[in-house]
Ligand binder design. Structure first.
Ligand code: S3P
Length: 427
């Protein structure tokens, strides 16, 4: 009996958008309503941070109501756990407050670089002390008199851009951030809708330098929004349908912001049968449904300027590449070394254990396919996206793949296996 993926699937709510909805509802005047928030590890870290900062949040099933207002000095350190987005965005926001604060994180977050936000924030007048000048805990001495800067990001990063924009919301003058190519723009879209004095172009070319400016003084309006499905979570199901013969699934209500769907054109080049079958605008963001069918894939080269638009999808792309005919080469992806794990190394080692022909290079991966995958005991490196990528590989491997510490998926997708099981049918 063969197993195929069939049916309709709704991915969990978007993680990046839930974080931002919490930040901006906390800063807005009045009561905001966040419908369908992602209530998992990373976003709960942001939620508890704002509770600690004195913001009232009522948490009901699938609805969070946030009463925005002035932030209060937290009694103890704010623990961002595993969430880089929480720590980097909070660093920007807390730099401009009239109180001091400390941000801590778990073992993995404490090894991730924070200098990338500290450098621009310090230029704005922020006072931040970090372990070895780069790592959490971050001790922030609030300075309500930040000054605007004109900052060129060395690497496109939505977390760093958003951190600077949050500080820029209350800095004197116009803060301008330019990134070499566009990273996800949820912060800009939301700030614009909520009345901030922000300038950016949602339709600017994705692979060209991207400029965003913000001025102090725009009072943020409270809002009601529904968080759409997370394309980065859906990507695992797209990949599963593409590599399990006979599969045909429809993914409903997923965020289709072009700064997030960079995997799409790459899959098209690989010969994937994937189509957007419905598209509309929901609040600040484009959303829609996608149909994906099993496809015979061929390898492709992924360029540096494509990486920011699919930064979280490289692990699952590597699994796909093991099943594609010919060479897939990922370049300009050194940022993957400073995610929840060193993802380039993790992928080379773990997919290698499964029999993939995969080589690590300083800035990427070279994968030759197709290769049959075997079973093995694999490490997740406590990295949710490595764990879920290996679980997709398990659908086609000849033996069982055991993934250590699979529970690390709780930061973004606790019910990943449950949702996958619902789609897997015997044919
Ligand atoms: C995120 C931005 C990306 C991404 C992360 C979430 C965000 O990080 O990898 O999972 O919500 O802003 P970088 O901005 O560091 O590339």
């Amino acid at each position: 009996m063969k197993r195929v993926l069939r049916g309709t699937y709704s991915p969990p709510p978007d993680k990046s958008i839930t974080h931002r909805a919490l930040f901006f509802s906390a800063l807005a005047h009045g009561l905001s309503v966040i419908k369908n928030p992602l209530a998992t590890g990373d976003c709960l870290s942001t939620l508890s941070a704002f509770k600690k900062l004195g913001i009232q949040v009522s948490v009901q099933k699938k609805i969070w109501k946030v009463r925005g207002g002035l932030l209060k000095r937290p009694g103890t350190a704010i623990n961002c756990q595993n969430s880089g987005t929480s720590m980097r965005l909070l660093a920007g926001l807390l730099s401009s407050q009239n109180f001091d604060s400390t941000l801590t994180g778990d073992a993995s977050l404490s090894k991730r670089p924070m200098k990338r936000v500290m450098v621009p924030l310090k230029q704005m007048g922020a006072v931040i002390h970090a372990k070895d000048g780069n790592f959490a805990p971050l001790k922030i001495q609030g300075n309500p008199n930040l000054r605007a800067i004109n900052y060129q990001l060395p690497v496109a990063s939505a977390q760093v851009k958003s951190s600077i924009l949050l500080a820029g919301l209350s800095a004197d003058g116009t803060t301008t951030v330019t990134e070499p190519t566009k990273s996800r723009d949820h912060t800009e879209r939301m700030l614009k809708q909520l009345g901030a004095k922000i300038q950016f172009n949602p339709n600017s070319p994705l692979s060209s330098p991207n400029k965003v400016s913000i001025k102090k003084g725009g009072r943020l309006k409270s809002f009601s929004m529904t968080v759409p499905g997370d394309f980065s979570s859906a990507a695992f199901f797209i990949a599963a349908a593409l590599i399990v013969p006979g599969s045909d699934i429809v993914i409903k209500n997923v965020n289709l912001n072009p700064t997030r769907t960079g995997l799409f054109p790459i899959l098209k080049r690989m010969g994937a049968d994937i189509k957007i079958i419905k598209k509309s605008l929901s609040g600040f963001e484009p959303v829609g449904d996608i149909r994906v069918k099993y496809s015979t894939l061929k390898g492709t080269d992924i360029r540096k300027d494509e990486i920011p638009l699919m930064i979280d999808e490289v692990p699952i792309l590597a699994v796909l590449a093991t099943q594609a005919r010919g060479k897939t080469e990922v370049s300009g992806a050194e940022e993957l070394r400073v995610k929840e794990s060193d993802r380039l190394k993790a992928l080379a080692v773990e997919l290698g254990k499964l029999g993939a022909d995969i080589k690590e290079k300083p800035d990427g991966l070279v994968i030759q396919g197709p290769t049959a995958l075997c079973g093995a005991v694999c490490e997740s490196y406590h990295d949710h996206r490595i764990a879920m990528s290996l679980a997709v590989a398990n659908l086609i491997s000849q033996g069982k793949i055991t993934i250590k510490n699979f529970s690390c998926t709780k930061v973004s997708y606790p019910n990943f296996l449950g949702d996958l099981k619902k789609l897997v049918k015997n044919s």
